[in-house]
Design a protein around this ligand. Structure first.
Ligand SMILES: NC(=O)c1ccc[n+]([C@@H]2O[C@H](COP(=O)([O-])OP(=O)(O)OC[C@H]3O[C@@H](n4cnc5c(N)ncnc54)[C@H](O)[C@@H]3O)[C@@H](O)[C@H]2O)c1
Length: 436
């Protein structure tokens, strides 16, 4: 298929779309393409997930079961574990995980595995887009040679681009269809086709000159966030020493209508983007003989936050003549951020382990995380009852879920350590309520 005929099929929504990886990124994207009229196949290696999806069970907070069922009923969406569907696909989008290895180096194995499947079934005229966050030059150094090996000329016989996903799972204000896309193709024809595809589902597409620019744009967004969170975290530690609330200072600074964007401190960073993506960039730069300093410093500060929170907890208990060893600590929140059940890289896990290792009796409440395996042991969430609040020696607020009744917690718990300023505006004696 030529560029013109693929462009026409995209414009008419008759192009068949396959999306590899049906997680937080791939599923909402598949659904968005299906909603505007494309026929979409969602490929995933997880058979349980595929079965659940085909029964209309969504696995992301951004999609209701009813919406998924309607698309399946209309024949617009189907999940599958069969890569054979790629043989009939005009567009293939790769949304597989890009985690870190234990050594903190990029683990690109999922992308390689997905790309191998694409290359094995590759046919002329296909548009392939990588969306997984990755180090600069992945598209051109890794994917392009794999597809080129099958014959065909890039920009004429087949098309390849990178377009980073920016979804914020569980954010009701900005969903896939509300967030502009950045698109960088290997050739101008690749960019043009990929941009035309995304224009069918998003309000704005920013075309850039290469996949490398698009890859770096995503990394810069997340480095920016990581560094600013680290700054807020360190600022909070400084404010504690000076006896003022970092939140009050940051809120005051945020009244400046230009040149300032507020970031707030917390117990550490989680999710699989902010703590992970900057290290993809450092890794690549290290190969180029450059050691990025901001990224390393931000990583060090953010990763030290659970230690700082444990110190705060010990200090707060000490004021009340209690030791952490033997204390009943009730943690509020296991998810890495409010309103979701996502626990990957959650600082709550580390806090749970550290407190337990120091002899505390730790339990947790989280309406979104009913249970979690920590070091091979299953921990089950407890109900947040008045009795539990009263029986604890310390309530540690780790995730500011909207479901928690913070007024009640402050009223009943003998001691609260609040790492999220979730109790902001609620007054209590200083030795009963400690905020980061
Ligand atoms: N979740 C976010 O907030 C977010 C935001 C922007 C970008 N990203 C990036 O998007 C990418 C995907 O993230 P996610 O959150 O959707 O991950 P996820 O773990 O939620 O989903 C990935 C899915 O891919 C499947 N998978 C793994 N290997 C596969 C393969 N070879 N073939 C087919 N399916 C395979 C897994 O079974 C899983 O269902 C990552 O690079 C991530 O950094 C994530």
């Amino acid at each position: 298929m030529s560029q013109t005929s693929l462009a026409q099929r995209i414009a008419e929504r008759s192009a068949r779309v396959a999306i590899i990886g049906q997680g937080y990124v791939g599923l909402p994207l598949a659904v968005e393409f299906a909603r505007v009229g494309f026929t979409v196949a969602g490929i995933d290696t997880d058979l349980d997930k595929v079965t659940a999806l085909n029964l209309g069970r969504s696995c992301t907070p951004d999609l209701t079961d009813e919406d998924l069922k309607a698309l399946i009923r209309d024949g617009r969406y189907e999940a599958t574990t069969e890569f054979a569907v790629l043989e009939r696909s005009d567009v293939v989008i790769i949304c597989v995980p890009t985690p870190l290895r234990k050594s903190k180096d990029p683990d690109i194995s999922y992308v390689v595995s997905a790309a191998t499947e694409v290359a094995a079934r590759f046919h002329p005229g296909q548009l392939v887009v990588l969306e997984s966050t990755t180090y600069p030059e992945t598209t051109e150094e890794l994917l392009l040679p794999m597809l080129q090996a099958k014959g065909g000329k890039i920009g004429e016989d087949f098309f390849l681009a990178f377009s980073p996903e920016r979804i914020d799972p569980g954010n009701p204000t900005f969903r896939v269809g509300d967030i502009p896309k950045v698109v960088g193709g290997v050739t101008p024809a690749c960019t043009e086709l990929a941009a035309a595809l995304y224009r069918s589902i998003v309000p704005r597409v920013r075309e850039v000159s290469s996949p490398k620019v698009a890859e770096l744009a995503k990394l810069y967004e997340n480095v920016f966030r990581n560094v600013n969170i680290a700054l807020a975290n360190e600022f909070a530690l400084m404010c504690r020493r000076l006896g003022v609330s970092a939140k009050e200072v940051i809120d005051a600074a945020a009244t400046k209508p230009f040149g300032f964007m507020p970031f707030y401190p917390g117990p550490g960073i989680g999710g699989h983007c902010i703590p992970v993506d900057p290290l993809y960039l450092s890794w690549k730069l290290r190969l180029n003989g450059y050691e990025p300093r901001f990224i390393a410093l931000a990583d060090e500060i953010n990763r030290s936050m659970p230690d700082r929170v444990v110190e705060m907890t010990i200090e707060a208990l000490n004021h009340r003549r209690k030791a952490l060893n033997g204390a009943h600590v009730l943690m509020l929140g296991m998810a890495y951020k409010r309103g979701v059940g996502h626990t990957r890289e959650s600082p709550a896990i580390e806090l749970f382990k550290m407190l337990r290792d120091k002899g505390a009796e730790v339990s947790y409440a989280d309406p979104h995380v009913p249970s979690i395996g920590i070091d091979g042991v299953l921990a089950k969430a407890v109900e947040l009852t008045d009795e539990r609040l009263a029986a604890s020696d310390c309530v540690l607020i780790v995730t500011d879920h909207p479901e928690f009744d913070y007024h009640r917690a402050v009223e009943i718990a003998p001691l609260i350590v609040d790492t999220r300023n979730a109790t902001w505006g609620i007054s209590a004696p200083k030795d009963r309520l400690v905020r980061l």
